[in-house]
Write a protein that binds this ligand. Sequence first.
Ligand SMILES: Cc1cc2nc3c(=O)[nH]c(=O)nc-3n(C[C@H](O)[C@H](O)[C@H](O)COP(=O)(O)OP(=O)(O)OC[C@H]3O[C@@H](n4cnc5c(N)ncnc54)[C@H](O)[C@@H]3O)c2cc1C
Length: 299
Amino acid sequence: MPPHHGPAHDAVLCDVAVIGGGPAGAAAAALLAERGYRCLILERGYFPRYHIGESLIPHTYGTLSRLGLLPALRSSNYPVKHSVRFVSPDGKASQPFYFSETLEGERARTWQVLRSTFDTLCLDRARAMGAEIHFGAAADRVLFEDERAVGVRVVSEHAEAYDVRAQIVIDASGRAALLGRQLDLREPVAGLEKSSVWGYYRGARRREGIDAGETTIFSFRGGTGSGTSPCRTIWSAWVWSALRIGFSAPPPTSKGPSPTTSATTLRCRTSSAEPAGKDPSAESAGWRTATAGRWATAG
Ligand SMILES: Cc1cc2nc3c(=O)[nH]c(=O)nc-3n(C[C@H](O)[C@H](O)[C@H](O)COP(=O)(O)OP(=O)(O)OC[C@H]3O[C@@H](n4cnc5c(N)ncnc54)[C@H](O)[C@@H]3O)c2cc1C
């Protein structure tokens, strides 16, 4: 059942309000909608839109399968990625690390996607599974009553504010980290403060055969990493017909991470009574389920 306007306050009503229509928000909404929950995705932009982050890892296979996206990916033009190759600071290239060394079957490959089309594919899937999407809908803040999330204050592209009332709020706003900022949950992770620049190049020559879609990671010594561990990297990956090359390094300041350049990582702290991080496997999953506070983050 789609979300609807409630008679009392003219608020939009749903079971789950999802902030952000990237892959995390689309996946969360799709799977919840499939189970019969009325999900509303609030996306401030319009799709298709550009996004960095094209090189999938093979462990996305299970999620892509659950979402029913594998047929579309198989028939796509996205380069298939079977491996990663590392080039050490002295210029020595490793043998490719083929995912098939540790994974079986089709799980041992993934894709270098074009995020504009891939993210649209994910969002279309969420819609097909029953989620509703509001584009041009920027979440201003999560609404709380007695420390429980009860909805989202949204500002439309026409600068009109409206409220979405929901049983659960999922923040999937990516690096915007709406809820992380609102509740002051963000904590920098030592050693992960990085700036990145990247670009796309045509006309480069691809490797052949199974290596054509590989990601290559070049490491450099230096920076603030401990011991000899390299902490500056250049990464390259084929994205459709172009080669993406990027460079990551600590921010160009000795005074610590700046808010605009640091890759501040949101530690998903829950609002539940159970302290977060008790279960290490859950800690690394990038997911927290809402209990008492009725909110969760996904990304
Ligand atoms: C330099 C760089 C290189 C990367 N390379 C890779 C890579 O090669 N492979 C890889 O897997 N990942 C890569 N990533 C990471 C990848 O980009 C992210 O992991 C991925 O996009 C996260 O998806 P998401 O759905 O959580 O967030 P996003 O894809 O960022 O989606 C968040 C959505 O929320 C919307 N939004 C934000 N704020 C609001 C708001 N207030 N209201 C409404 N909507 C809002 C945004 O418009 C956006 O559409 C890279 C990241 C960076 C910075």
